[in-house]
Design a protein around this ligand. Structure first.
Ligand SMILES: C[C@@]1(CC(=O)O)c2cc3[nH]c(cc4nc(cc5[nH]c(cc(n2)[C@H]1CCC(=O)O)[C@@](C)(CC(=O)O)[C@@H]5CCC(=O)O)C(CC(=O)O)=C4CCC(=O)O)c(CCC(=O)O)c3CC(=O)O
Ligand SMILES: NC(=O)C1=CN([C@@H]2O[C@H](COP(=O)(O)OP(=O)(O)OC[C@H]3O[C@@H](n4cnc5c(N)ncnc54)[C@H](O)[C@@H]3O)[C@@H](O)[C@H]2O)C=CC1
Length: 247
């Protein structure tokens, strides 16, 4: 029997945008996989510590250590490394160490990704496309990591190059709108108006929107209308404005 509600398809992952700004993340290992993890978490503004013997660091990880982008503990993993840590990413070529790290993380309830052991991961990484504020993650839920990479590239190729820039402008406009209409009870109106702007304006229009344009556009929030960019630029503040576009 078909239902009017979404059908449940178990076996997936909960895909979230985890906020790790200033959280302490421990990366165990300093090889190629660790290098990828480090980029992912630094891009999310985490505080990163890498534990691995210096001799085992690959060029990229050694570079990030030398640049002080990450802290470095020059030895093998020890249990005390987990003190005060919010997340652990293990990428070592030593299955025994992997299992020990996993067990300790379970005990201490620290979320962990153990690169080579999917059953020991609280979460998987995915293939990520990034364009400014826009991030798209593709997961195949452990079935085909390389396929995730291929799907990501296809999605990326289909996206306009100014998508991230447009989203950045929308972010700035939303911030200003919050100042103009701060009250919680205005929520529904605020959201409706914001959605209309996103739907009506092209990406090029959004991208070319200046700070001044934003302020003018926001004058249309009260009547709840959405002019075009051209109309915004024709608008004279304080004037009585009743164009055919005020729908
Ligand atoms: C479960 C998971 C756990 C986790 O790592 O979080 C995991 C596990 C394993 N990967 C293995 C192999 C490879 N991994 C890659 C690449 C990536 N792997 C990533 C994620 C994940 N890998 C998680 C599932 C994600 C999902 O299913 O969607 C990506 C998407 C993200 C990232 O790691 O950052 C990143 C692409 C980054 C990008 O697009 O930029 C390549 C290709 C390459 O290196 O070019 C290969 C070789 C080819 C192949 O096998 O496909 C093996 C060894 C298998 C063996 O021994 O044969 C295991 C262990 C196992 O499967 O048992
Ligand atoms: N996405 C994924 O899940 C993938 C996982 N892998 C697996 O991930 C693991 C790591 O791969 P690579 O980075 O290519 O290996 P690698 O050999 O380049 O690096 C291993 C690193 O671990 C460090 N290390 C070893 N024992 C340690 C310990 N006890 N404490 C701290 N550091 C220690 C070494 O110094 C070295 O920096 C391998 O087991 C590999 O099979 C490989 C490809 C993709």
């Amino acid at each position: 029997m078909t239902s009017k509600y979404p059908e449940i398809q178990g076996g997936g992952s909960l895909i979230l945008a985890w906020q790790v700004r200033n959280k302490k993340i421990l990366v165990v290992g300093g090889g190629e996989v660790a290098a990828g993890r480090i980029v992912n978490v630094l891009n999310a503004d985490a505080k990163v510590t890498v534990v691995s013997p210096r001799a085992g660091l690959n060029d990229e990880v050694a570079y990030r250590v030398d640049q002080k982008q990450v802290e470095h503990i020059d030895r093998k993993f020890e249990p005390s490394d987990l003190d005060g840590v919010d997340m652990v990413l293990a990428a070592v070529d030593d299955p025994e160490a992997s299992t020990q790290i996993y067990k300790l993380c379970k005990e201490k309830r620290i979320p962990a990704n153990i690169a080579d052991v999917p059953p020991e991961c609280d979460f998987y990484f995915g293939s990520v496309y990034r364009d400014g504020p826009l991030q798209i993650m593709v997961s195949t839920n452990g079935n085909g990591p390389k396929m995730a990479n291929i799907v990501k590239k296809r999605i990326a190729a289909s996206l306009p190059s100014n998508m991230g820039a447009a989203i950045q402008k929308v972010g700035a406009l939303r911030k200003k709108l919050r100042k103009v209409a701060p009250l919680p009870e205005e929520g529904p109106k605020r959201m409706q108006w914001m959605s209309k702007v996103c739907e009506k304006w092209s990406l090029d229009e959004l991208c070319s929107m200046t700070d001044e344009d934003m302020d003018t556009l926001l004058e249309f929030y009260k009547p709840g209308t959405v002019p075009t960019l051209a109309e915004v630029r024709l608008y004279e503040p304080g004037g009585v404005y009743e164009g055919p576009f005020l729908i």
